[in-house]
Each structure stands twice: as C-alpha cells, then as structure tokens.
Design a binder for this molecule. Structure first.
Ligand SMILES: C[S@@+](CC[C@H](N)C(=O)[O-])C[C@H]1O[C@@H](n2cnc3c(N)ncnc32)[C@H](O)[C@@H]1O
Length: 184
C-alpha cells in the first residue's frame, strides 16, 4: 500500500537526517537523500491518485524545507527556554532574493516542521503534565500532532545574505523551516 511505503520512506529520511553532518555532506549521503526524496515523491503521487478515488481528505501534499534552524538546543526543551535565546535561520541561498523587503525589527512568522516529533494522540495533557486534564490536540501547541507543523512569531534581529538572526523562536537546532512571512 502506498501509505505504508510513504511512512517507511519518511522514517528512512528521518534516520538519514539524524545522521546529517553539519558541514561537508559526503556525496553518497547526498545521493541517498535524492533517491529517498524521489521515491517519496513517486509514492505520494500514487497515494494521491488513490485518495482522489477513495477519499479526497486524505491527500498527501509535498512540502519542501526552505531552510533550517540553528541554535543551542539539540533536544526538545521548555519553549520559554528556547525562545529566550537567539536562533539563526539558514535559508536556502537560492531563495535569498525572496527576503527583499524584510527588515530588521520586523516581526515575522516562522512556519516549521517538528522533525523530532513522533506520532500523536488526539487528547494530550498540556505540556505532558499529567496533573492537568487532557485537551484536544487542536486546542494545544503540542509538537505531537497529525501534521507536525509549528508556527511562531519572532523578532527579526538582523539579516545577512541568506541568514536571519531571530529571537522568540521555540524550534530546536536542525528544525526544517517551511515558510517565513510577515506577522501582522
Ligand atoms: C509547544 S511547541 C510550540 C511551537 C509553536 N510556537 C507552535 O505553537 O506551533 C514548542 C516545543 O516543541 C518542541 N520542539 C521544537 N522543535 C522541535 C522539533 N524540530 N521536533 C520536535 N519537537 C520540537 C520543543 O520542546 C519546544 O519547546
């Protein structure tokens, strides 16, 4: 079934990305990434074709990272701790022209992918605190959600070429960034 294959390929991609070196990626690793992304795209197309016949709501969409977060937090931590530190967003240099018009001191919305999140429950204790009653996932900001996507409004401290310095972001080191847009 395409859906199971998609999950398997996503797992392989996640495993590969966990081993991804910060600098100088070996060519074999890059080739493996290309192969997995191609396979994922093919399986998604197959799944979408099937979904159109069966159930339009279960379509799978392809979204690509436009950059990644760099900061001192390699592991999940309380959001206020991460937000209090400066983070850097390294944008794909090919997309840097798209930053034109953004200025220091703007507030921007960062849309990102919780790449270290696994699975979800529809009802969860807020912040994992069992002393608090469970709530629906859509009433929470939990990283464990059906589509593990985070959205945070941050202060833009500076831009240099494809690199943005921000404060207020609660995404950990290595988090893939999906989009940036002005916040209000
Ligand atoms: C509660 S979420 C809120 C994120 C965002 N403000 C939102 O509302 O969508 C923030 C927490 O997610 C966790 N987190 C951050 N980046 C993550 C990632 N890439 N994978 C998994 N968990 C992550 C951290 O523990 C962080 O404190």
């Amino acid at each position: 079934m395409p859906k199971e294959k998609i999950e398997e390929i996503k797992k392989q991609l996640a495993d590969l990305k966990k081993r991804w070196p910060a600098h100088s990626v070996p060519p074999a690793m890059m080739a493996q990434l290309d192969d997995l992304e191609t396979a994922l795209s093919q399986e998604m197309n197959a799944h979408n074709a099937l979904s159109e016949v069966l159930d339009i709501e279960s379509r799978v969409f392809e979204v690509r990272a436009i950059g990644r977060v760099e900061n001192a937090f390699d592991e999940p931590a309380p959001p206020e701790d991460i937000r209090s530190c400066e983070s850097t967003i390294i944008l794909d240099p090919h997309l840097a022209e798209g930053l034109q018009g953004l200025e220091k001191e703007n507030r921007i919305m960062v849309v990102f992918y919780f790449h270290r999140s696994e699975g979800y429950d529809l009802l969860q204790h807020p912040r994992g605190d069992e002393s608090r009653p469970k709530r629906g996932v859509f009433a929470l900001c939990s990283p464990r959600r059906p589509n593990p996507i985070g959205v945070t409004v941050v202060d833009l401290l500076g831009i240099q070429d494809n690199i943005l310095r921000v404060r207020g972001l609660d995404a950990i080191n290595g988090t893939p960034v999906l989009d940036l847009k002005p916040a209000g």
